[in-house]
Design a protein around this ligand. Structure first.
Ligand SMILES: [Cu+2]
Length: 157
């Protein structure tokens, strides 16, 4: 009698496990949860979400908040150099989303040279182990504004 009752509960348990697994999967894969998780990381890993397009780079999000500072171009202003300031010693993870045509992303002093295909997010990771002003720039000829497709990374103490 007791065994029969136990067997009846098996399908219910399977359904409950499936629901918990589905909820866990959704939480782990949603962007908002990903950001919340990053803010709990140690402060020396800095994630910078940025976009690239004709003909500018824009910083969208820094995580943890305040771990890097940035100056945003005025909308429509394609000539101003965006500036990103990080602290020496921090590990910088740049997540660069290409919004239009093929571009590239390079910082010579840090040995970075990445291709950014349209519609994709390319991740670039490096340690900001030298102080100074460094130019980041597009490496793919992407139209008449290509020479202005650049910005400045500032690494300070
Ligand atoms: Cu470009």
């Amino acid at each position: 009698m007791r065994n029969r009752d136990d067997m009846k509960q098996v399908p219910v348990i399977i359904v409950l496990v499936a629901i918990v697994a589905a909820a866990a999967y959704l939480m782990l894969t949603t962007e908002s949860f990903g950001r919340a998780r990053e803010t709990r990381q140690s402060s020396n890993v800095v994630t910078i979400d940025m976009t690239t397009r004709q003909w500018r780079f824009d910083v969208i999000w820094v995580s943890p908040p305040g771990s890097a500072s940035f100056v945003v171009n005025p909308p429509g202003d394609q000539l101003a150099d965006p500036m990103i300031t990080v602290r020496k010693g921090d590990t910088i993870v740049l997540r660069i989303k290409d919004l239009d045509v093929p571009h590239g992303f390079a910082i010579e002093e840090f040995g970075i040279n990445a291709f950014t295909p349209p519609g994709e997010i390319v991740e670039v990771k490096f340690v900001a182990n030298q102080m100074g002003h460094f130019t980041f720039f597009c490496t793919v000829f992407c139209g008449t504004g290509h020479p202005n497709h650049k910005g400045t990374l500032i690494v300070q103490a």
